[in-house]
Ligand binder design. Structure first.
Ligand code: F6R
Length: 263
C-alpha cells in the first residue's frame, strides 16, 4: 500500500483523477469501479474537465459502481444511478450502456446481486476500483462485521452511515433507506488495483485505523491492507492521525512511479 498526503481536498482529488486518467489512457477499454458521495464529486469534476480540455476518451470504458440504495428508483435524484449520470456519465463520452450500478429496485435482490457479480466477471474483472471511506469504516456499504470475503449482497446500514448520508434526505437520518445493495469486501479485493480517496477531518480517525490498524471486519476498509496494489490518497486533514507520514512522503517524493504525479 502507498499513502499519498496532499495539502488540500482539491489537490487530493486532482491526483486521484490524474491516476484514473493515466490508467484509462494506458487501457482505453478499462473496467473502472466507481464510488459515489461528496468526496468523489471533485474527482468527477476533474475527469469532466480532462474530457473537455484534453479529450480524455471514455468511449471504450466500462464502469461498475459499488452500491445502490434499496427502494430508490434510478430517476430519483437521491439514487446512486442518478448521482453517477449527473456527476459523470452524462458529462463525458462514456456509453451509458457500459455503465453499471446495482439495481436497488430489483424484485429479487439476491438474484440481482448474483447478476451483478456475473457482469463484473464477464467484463474481465475490475481493473481499477475507486473507493471512499465512511465514518463507520465502510468501503462500499460494507458496514461493520461485513465478512472480509463477502460478495455483492443486501446490507443493513448503520446509524452512523444513515447520519452521514442524511443531507440528501432532508437532513433526517430516518429518511435514509435502511438497506443497500453493495459489492462485498471480497468483490472489491478482486479488483486489480484499488484507489481510496479520503478528505476532511471527519475521516482522520477512521482512516488511520483502516490504514495502520489491525485488519478487522469491524472496519471493512482495513481489508485494503490485504491488497497487493492499493493506493490511498488523502488531504492533510484526513491524514493527520497517520503515524507513518514521514515514510509515506518520502516514497511519494522519491519512487519513480510517482514522478509524473509529483509536480
Ligand atoms: C458510496 C460508497 C461509500 C462512500 C463513503 C464516503 O458509493 O461506496 O463507501 O464512498 O461513505 O462518502 P462521502 O464521500 O460522502 O464522505
Amino acid at each position: 500500500m502507498e499513502v499519498i498526503i496532499r495539502p488540500d481536498p482539491e489537490q487530493a482529488a486532482d491526483l486521484a483523477a490524474r491516476l484514473i486518467a493515466a490508467r484509462l489512457r494506458a487501457k482505453p477499454d478499462l473496467v473502472l469501479g466507481l464510488a459515489t458521495g461528496r468526496t468523489m464529486e471533485r474527482v468527477y469534476d476533474r475527469l469532466v474537465a480532462m474530457r473537455e480540455k484534453e479529450k480524455l476518451d471514455f468511449s471504450g470504458c466500462r464502469t461498475f459502481n459499488l452500491d445502490e440504495y434499496i427502494g430508490v428508483p434510478a430517476e430519483d435524484e437521491r439514487s446512486y444511478r442518478y448521482y453517477m449520470n449527473h456527476h459523470l456519465f452524462r458529462r463525458v463520452n462514456v456509453d451509458l450502456a457500459n455503465t453499471h450500478v446495482p439495481d436497488g429496485m430489483a424484485p429479487d435482490l439476491g438474484a440481482e446481486a448474483v447478476r451483478y457479480e456475473r457482469q463484473i466477471h464477464e467484463a474481465g474483472g475490475i481493473d481499477l476500483q475507486l473507493l471512499g471511506i465512511g465514518e463507520a469504516g465502510h468501503i462500499g456499504f460494507n458496514e461493520p462485521l461485513s465478512a472480509l470475503r463477502s460478495r455483492t449482497r443486501e446490507k443493513a446500514l448503520t446509524p452512523v452511515t444513515r447520519r452521514q448520508n442524511a443531507a440528501m434526505f432532508g437532513g433526517d437520518p430516518d429518511k435514509v433507506p435502511p438497506r443497500a445493495l453493495t459489492m462485498g469486501v471480497g468483490t472489491i479485493l478482486e479488483a486489480r488495483e484499488l484507489l481510496l480517496l479520503a478528505t476532511g477531518a471527519a475521516k482522520a480517525s477512521i482512516l488511520a485505523k483502516a490504514v495502520e490498524g489491525p485488519i478487522t471486519a469491524m472496519i471493512s476498509a482495513s481489508a485494503i491492507q490485504l491488497h497487493a496494489n492499493c493506493k490511498v490518497v488523502v488531504d492533510e486533514q484526513a491524514g493527520r492521525e497517520l503515524q507513518g507520514r514521514e515514510y509515506y512522503d518520502w516514497v511519494f517524493q522519491n519512487e519513480p512511479e510517482w514522478r509524473e504525479f509529483c509536480a
